[in-house]
Write a protein that binds this ligand. Structure first.
Ligand code: TRP
Length: 330
């Protein structure tokens, strides 16, 4: 089985955008590949954060992912900083990464502006750490959203550069492009994102979901109930695609275009379908959280399994780069 690796930001609450754009696709990979999923707390340190809140964020990310179907019995789920070898590999890979490549990354440029940090080295080196994540486990396939494709391309380049200089050690990782839908926030305009405060959380209650859905922007050209709507420009319709059966979607499409149903009706149908998926997730999350050590234990087991791979690969890297003399014991 080919190995798949992907990283999850511990960025507060997991929302519908994360679910439809990533997690739901990962669940489909569990039985086809040897999957490793990593909660990337080192990456989360590249922008200002509250250290007191970090452990909770990591736990929430673990619980939400497991509740959404990332079954730790069928993959490895672990916390990035629990396998410290990744920092050593990031250092070594950094030494074969051209500075110019890092400086032209769009995420580096936008985050530098957004957080007005000037430049900090962590933010600049972010893609090197990401390359280290992937290569440390010799992953061959990496499912990523379109915002991370540039980073993955750079990781592939770093891999080639390392292998041509010191290798061969690593297989060149390939992107695993899965069907994703780009879900906007409830403002209907910008990508659903925690920092933009426009999300619907995956573990929110029915009431919380409705309070947000109620005010979610639809087709802005549809001013009156009697106006026909255009589903293609409606974010509520986009979310329907993730939670509603095809036959019902076809009907909504038709009745929206002919003003047969209004936006409130359409949202009510969506609320019902969301609840059908989300109620069992909340239930699973509650179970996972009730003995609080259980999640921790799952993450510990994930880390031990990953550490075993990491130690072996780092030994190879140390020999290849001359940090360890192959003719001597350790
Ligand atoms: N940078 C990714 C994101 O923000 C998370 C990530 C970290 C990742 N390491 C990775 C994704 C390795 C894929 C592979 O979404």
């Amino acid at each position: 089985m080919k190995r798949v690796f992907s990283g999850i930001q511990p960025s507060g609450d997991i929302h519908l955008g994360n679910y439809l754009g990533a997690i739901r696709n990962w669940v489909l990979l569990l039985d086809q590949y040897d999957c490793i999923f990593c909660i990337v707390d080192y990456h989360a340190q590249t922008i200002p954060y509250d250290p007191q809140a970090m452990p909770r964020r990591v736990m929430n990310a673990a619980v939400a992912n497991m509740a959404a179907g990332i079954d730790p019995k069928r993959c490895r789920l672990f916390v990035q900083s629990h396998v410290k070898e990744v920092t050593e590999l990031a250092w070594i890979l950094g030494c074969v990464t051209p500075l110019g490549d890092l400086e032209r990354m769009t995420q580096f440029k936008s985050k530098t502006q957004e957080h007005q940090l000037g430049s900090n080295l962590g933010l600049l080196a972010y893609p090197v750490l990401m390359a280290a994540d992937i290569l440390l486990y010799k992953a061959e396939l990496v499912p990523v959203g379109d915002d991370q494709i540039q980073h993955l391309e750079l990781a592939r380049e770093i891999c080639r550069k390392f292998d041509s200089t010191f290798g061969p050690v690593f297989p060149e990782p390939q992107p695993l492009l899965t069907k994703t839908s780009r879900v906007m926030g409830i403002d209907g305009k910008t990508k659903m994102s925690k920092s933009l405060n426009n999300t619907i959380g995956l573990l929110e209650t029915e009431e919380q979901v409705w309070s947000k859905l109620k005010v979610a922007v639809t087709d802005e050209n549809r001013k009156r109930r009697t106006d026909p709507g255009n589903p293609l420009v409606c974010n509520v319709f986009t979310i329907h695609q993730g939670f509603t059966q095809d036959s019902q979607i076809a009907q909504i499409d038709k009745e929206c275009r002919s003003a047969g149903i209004g936006c409130v009706d359409c949202k009510k149908i969506l609320a019902r379908n969301l609840e059908a998926v989300m109620a069992p997730m909340r239930e699973r999350a509650r179970h996972l959280e009730s003995p609080p050590d259980e999640v921790r234990q799952i993450l510990d087991e994930g880390a031990s399994a990953c550490r075993e791979i990491a130690v072996r690969v780092m030994d190879e890297v140390r020999v290849a780069t001359g940090l360890r003399d192959a003719r001597r014991q350790q």
